[in-house]
Design a protein around this ligand. Structure first.
Ligand SMILES: Nc1ncnc2c1ncn2[C@@H]1O[C@H](COP(=O)(O)OP(=O)(O)OP(=O)(O)O)[C@@H](O)[C@H]1O
Ligand SMILES: [Mg+2]
Length: 225
């Protein structure tokens, strides 16, 4: 039986891939077979979709890239616009099918969403629909910077309104200049109503091997099969 998690964030560029890789390495260190999935990637750099590369590097099972990343777009823009520009559509059933394939090969599958939780993926669906279709508990990465309290609480509300479990959250120190970080974390600790899985400091070189030790997967035990 595979355990899956959907990793979302308070915004784009706040550490979803970083935390997803840390989770993959933490589960792998427990002897589990793990695969990272990036269903929708937008933004090609030097011929590569870096999120997909990073997730593949943190996975310990070899699987088809098509299943890891069914949709990839060149421009770094919202997926529904990127898809429209290419005359393509994003079909969540295709992603669900790919996820099911990955589940045949690993004990843990970590699915990284695109952008924030409610980012549109096509004309009438968002990242919330994707998490619902996959029916996964959600891990929220909070990029610690001014404004994150509102973004974190709004996102937590949206996740629960979608009928999904909020399995935990991670405080990611993306802004070395942020003031009152500890007080902000304490505020969220009191209001998120789910476990704080880890506090990642700002680190110039985000080494997911090192930060894997800072994410406590044991707090996710309620959700493991
Ligand atoms: N704790 C941290 N300390 C320093 N830099 C960080 C930290 N976490 C993430 N970063 C850096 O911030 C950038 C964005 O991180 P990451 O790619 O993990 O975000 P993301 O939410 O996955 O972005 P996207 O929305 O593009 O998928 C990367 O360059 C990453 O190395
Ligand atoms: Mg990412």
């Amino acid at each position: 039986m595979t355990t899956g998690y959907f990793v979302t964030g308070t915004d784009t560029g706040i550490g979803k891939t970083t935390v997803s890789c840390a989770l993959l390495r933490a589960f792998a260190a427990q002897g589990k077979s793990v695969i990272g999935m990036k269903p929708i990637a937008a933004g090609r750099e030097n011929g590569q979709w870096m999120d997909v590369e990073r997730l593949l590097a943190a996975s310990n099972v070899v699987v088809s890239r098509q299943h890891v990343n069914p949709y990839a777009f060149d421009p770094s823009i919202s997926p529904h616009i990127a898809a429209q520009q290419m005359g393509a559509g994003i079909d969540l059933t295709v992603i669900h099918q790919a996820y099911r394939e990955l589940c045949k090969h690993a004990e843990v599958v970590i699915v990284e969403g695109a952008g924030g939780f409610l980012v549109p993926v096509n004309n009438d669906q968002t990242g919330a629909d994707l998490a619902q279709v996959l029916n996964l508990p959600v891990i929220l990465v909070v990029g610690m910077r001014l404004g994150c309290l509102n973004h974190a609480l709004l996102t937590a509300q949206a996740i629960r309104a979608a009928g999904l479990a909020l399995a935990g959250w991670v405080a990611n120190g993306i802004d070395p200049g942020m003031m009152a970080v500890a007080e902000n974390i304490d505020t969220l600790r009191q209001r998120m109503l789910c476990p704080l899985l880890g506090i990642l400091p700002f680190c110039g070189e985000t080494d997911s091997q090192q930060i894997a030790g800072l994410v406590n997967t044991q707090l996710l035990t309620n959700f493991t099969a």
